[in-house]
Design a protein around this ligand. Sequence first.
Ligand code: F3S
Length: 755
Amino acid sequence: MAFDIEMIKKVYENMPARVDKAREIVGHPLTLSEKILYSHLWENMPSQKFERSKDYVDFAPDRVACQDATAQMALLQFMHAGKSKVAVPTTVHCDHLIQAKVGAEKDLAVANTQSREVFDFLSSVSNKYGIGFWKPGAGIIHQIVLENYAFPGGMMIGTDSHTVNAGGLGMLAIGVGGADAVDVMSGMAWELKFPKLIGVKLTGKLSGWTAPKDVILKVADILTVKGGTGAIVEYFGEGATSMSCTGKGTICNMGAEIGATTSTFGYDDSMRRYLAATGRKDVVEAADKVADYLTADAEVYANPEKYFDELIEINLSELEPHINGPFTPDRGTPVSKMKEEAIANEWPLKVEWGLIGSCTNSSYEDMSRAASIVEQAVAHCITPKAEFGINPGSEQIRYTIERDGIIETFEKMGTKVFTNACGPCIGQWDREGAEKNEKNTIVHSFNRNFSKRADGNPNTHAFVTSPEMVAALAISGRLDFNPLTDTLLNDKGEEVKLVAPTGDELPKRGFDVDDPGYQAPAADGSGIEVVVSPDSQRLQLLDPFQPWDGKNITGAKLLIKAEGKCTTDHISMAGPWLRFRGHLDNISNNMLIGAVNFFNKETNKVKNQLTGTYGEVPAVQREYKAAGIPSIVVGDQNYGEGSSREHAAMEPRHLGVRAVLVKSFARIHETNLKKQGMLGLTFANEADYDKIQEDDTINFLDLTEFAPGKPLSLEFVHSDGSKDIILANHTYNDSQIAWFKAGSALNLIAADAEG
Ligand code: F3S
């Protein structure tokens, strides 16, 4: 569990000279984001100014974290890279593969049986290659990282899009695909397009029912799910310093929901308090020595419009609690407007479930504030109208809130305490009756609320709000309940008005835990054998993808023209499919089954051009593959938004899709396609999307001249013999083109290791 104080000291030792040099080269005062970026260059000392949103830059992150669903493929790939130990401190966290059903104890026992093979695999690979391993039930990756590993001014990557949570402790923490993690674990540079910078100035102070969650719900409403694409969001101002470190974590966590590369805050007293409370006073001592380097230069926050590409200002004193959703986290509704919005949109007003916790809102402050609402309900004899569940973020949090009587308070309301794991947040929720697909409303304090995400029911309207608002709405059983103005009827028929939540930022008696669930790696792992059964349905050793044959791709069929939102959940669905994350062939049977076919508006039903019949997407694609026919996928805006799962890129690659042509990409997915040797292309003219027809055959005309900055020409031959030449842009640089040529980035790493 050791948090590598020596590594952290080294980062701080190097920081002043590198930041000073960067300031000199860049020629203006620096934001915090720039300080962290320029002090983590692969080349160590900065030697040139990078252009935002343009230059690809090699970085040297300080650490890596992987969750169990993505770690399987990442570690399978790492094993393939021929190294004896990870090059930077790395941890693996078992949190996604645990279903929530009846409660922690039984659910965890079931997971330990059902996923034993996977947990054992992750444990033994971790043990062998010097990786810290967090067992099932220990907690959710981002909460554990915040509690143990995040540090101001650091840079980390993680194979989960909510890695960004660590920005709450002043890090630049970025969600990546497993292939990127493999690069860094293998001692290679990690490449990122130098981000643009969005400043968010927080004035005023939170009070009453308004929580840090409302800041990001408001930002999501302003910026939308695309607004943060390619950007780091840097928060500052009196409103930032006045809120808790864990509240900052919540805000950074949901930066993933606006597509931001990451989000961060400058080092302040809230971070000192949190570091000290989590046993890291030596990090505070080390950070204090370079405190000026762990926040922006004073001039930046004095005149932010000069230094950020975009600036947003939010007055926390005027901010109302928000309830975002359904089906997208950027549809923000202030609580005072919910009644009219819900009625106008025919959202079910009855709240069936309230869920709190997850990696987004599991702090002591969150739990104690939500509990203060539950206490009032209990004291005033109000029987809650909805069911209530908690997914604590870590065993440390669970143990501490149990010790302090907070769990007991929740249990008075009949709350189910699920395992310290993702559970309902990732579709791992065996919710009674969900299979009936009835229209219903749930409220939760998680981050995502895409269709089917929580319980697999497309008619579940999930709304995201703060834990205290979840508690209030679940108690009232009404989506249109406004605790600031409305009263509730108690069991005696009396009207009761809830008072605003109260809670402690940190536990007065400190954090406590009996068994945190950590396994340190072996000092020498060379003798440890990692076994994968060839008959396994869950794990499959990888075969390298075929290199490019040097020719234009011709005669390709259109597999699907996806319409509208196509997230990584649509491309590689989670829920029950999570169990196949380590088995590429098996999981490929979920490829694009959630995407809407433009031509018939249905999911998982596309035309098989070989037979003229309609079939399921993976089945049709397997027929093209068997016939040796390449295919391409066409998509809409922000294709691949959502998570970092590289399966969404590996599955089409495995099944023989050669290119994905879309109006625009989500960053991580675009990179993942490149890593797997796929062609990720965008329409030079978005209107060309309309020219694509169901029976199209596609020929690349100039792939043989594939070069940075040079668009590719694709010929679409329609069934009536007419043709359209469509120009496709791309963002491949020279090394990414080398990945394409080699068949994948991993093929290049393995070749280097051999060499
Ligand atoms: Fe897990 Fe949901 Fe967070 S899936 S890592 S709790 S976003």
